[in-house]
Design a protein around this ligand. Structure first.
Ligand SMILES: O=C(O)C(=O)C[C@]1(C(=O)O)C=C[C@@H](O)C=C1
Length: 428
């Protein structure tokens, strides 16, 4: 699939981060904050571009002074591959929510473990600028991620970002208070990029939100299905509608763009009469497109799970269902996976997700055998979500045991599970 890029909002700050101190802050390219979604942003009116740009200039100038203190407190460049040795293990220094008591992996000693007293950094603070919570998401207004931001944080100011990484950076640089980013979809699977970015950045998962995703096929007013020669959308949306597109009899090339609503905006701003977008009904309304087909996802219960990310972790609790997300690696690769997972099985802790990604800093392990040659094993990072709170002793002990078997372990977050009533996407 060929990738095209529609006009985009908050631009990549990768190189900007270092340059911010030198470059005029109002050179940041940003879009307006739209708050016109009546469901998730009931306060209604969106700011205009000039207002937003000037407030962003102020924010960016604050970033300049906060930059140095962030760097000092991190003691590094913010690269999460930089790990410190703790207890003989390469473990991220500041991400464990509770101390792990080593040597307690007998499966019977899940009690009376010391628990770190709470400190101010355990709290997820309210925004300090006295305004609404600013929530970064990837895409443009009308994207599902914008709706997820509104579901996670009603009345928030949703800040559109052109790339996932920009949303991470917006939070790290205090341009936003939170980020809401997709992790997985019930049909399309994992959004791998965000798994990789979770490791590379130092944000904490503070919540999850599951959003039913109802896709529509959109085109310019008056365009008929027969005229469509290409369909553009986010790769996940194309995957989620693959069978239905074929059933609709569209003889159209499929092309990937950065987000669903961006695809709709691209068609409208370029007056493309041969192109359709897969996007939300709200995107149709925002960009003046007509809905050619409604509910085109291959399964009506199409749900995307989004992660809520913050600079600080939340205090894990036991009075409601919690989930904990971890990532680990081992020099002996997959051979220890069974042992690691048994730490959860022995304690009746359910796993809700397991994902493996290439181990970027050590992708291949060579095993020489004088008689038969050299085996080349791929190395992985394993991401696991389990149903327990880090405030539970059984979870602490499970992680103590996991740490015995792994060379790297990081707790990405311990956070309330989304327990909202099941509300699948509308039926056609
Ligand atoms: O493009 C959008 O509208 C998005 O919010 C992104 C995204 C994704 O990354 O999975 C979110 C939900 C849907 O699953 C399709 C696309």
């Amino acid at each position: 699939m060929q990738a095209i890029s529609p006009p985009s909002p908050l631009k990549s700050l990768v190189s900007t981060r270092r340059r911010l101190a030198r470059v005029s802050p109002n050179k940041l390219h940003v879009h307006c904050i739209y708050r016109s979604d009546p469901v998730h942003f009931p306060n209604g009116v969106g700011s205009n571009r000039a207002d937003w740009q000037s407030s962003c200039a102020i924010l960016a100038s604050k970033v300049v002074s906060q930059e140095q203190s962030i760097d000092k407190s991190n003691g590094n460049s913010g690269d999460a591959d930089h790990v410190a040795a703790v207890n003989g293990h390469k473990t991220s220094i500041d991400l464990s929510l509770v101390p792990l008591n080593k040597g307690s992996n007998d499966g019977n000693s899940d009690n009376n473990k010391p628990i770190k007293s709470l400190s101010i950094t355990d709290l997820s603070p309210a925004p300090m600028h006295g305004s609404q919570l600013r929530v970064a998401y990837q895409g443009v207004p009308g994207a599902y991620s914008e709706a997820a931001a509104g579901k996670a944080y009603p009345n928030c100011e949703a800040i559109p970002c052109d790339q996932f990484e920009v949303a991470f950076q917006a939070v790290e640089l205090w341009i936003a208070d939170r980020a809401v980013l997709p992790a997985e979809n019930s049909l399309g699977g994992s959004i791998h990029r965000n798994y990789d970015l979770l490791l590379r950045h130092r944000l904490h998962i503070v919540g999850e939100v599951q959003l039913p995703v109802h896709h529509c096929l959109l085109a310019l007013p008056g365009v008929r299905k027969e005229y469509i020669t290409r369909v553009i959308s986010h790769p996940q949306a194309l995957a989620q509608c693959e069978l239905t597109l074929t059933k609709l009899g569209l003889h159209a090339a499929r092309e990937a763009v950065d987000d669903t609503a961006g695809a709709a905006e691209y068609i409208a701003s370029n007056n493309l009469r041969n192109t359709a977008a897969i996007a939300s009904a709200r995107a149709a309304e925002l960009y003046g497109l007509q809905i050619l087909a409604d509910g085109i996802q291959d399964d009506s219960s199409n749900v995307t799970r989004f992660l809520m990310l913050a600079r600080e972790p939340i205090i894990p609790r036991t009075d409601r269902p919690f989930k904990t997300s971890i990532v680990f690696a081992h020099e002996k690769g997959t051979s220890v996976l069974f042992k690691v997972l048994s730490a959860f099985a022995f304690r009746n802790i359910n796993l809700t997700k397991i994902e493996s990604r290439p181990h970027r800093s050590c992708p291949i392990r060579l095993v020489d055998d004088a008689t038969v040659g050299t085996a080349k094993h791929f190395e992985y990072m394993f991401y696991v979500d389990f149903e327990a709170s880090m405030a539970e002793v059984r979870a602490q002990n499970a992680l103590a045991e996991v740490q015995e078997f792994t060379s790297f372990l990081r707790v990405l977050g311990s956070y309330p599970m989304d327990m909202t009533p099941w509300c699948p996407s509308r039926e056609d």
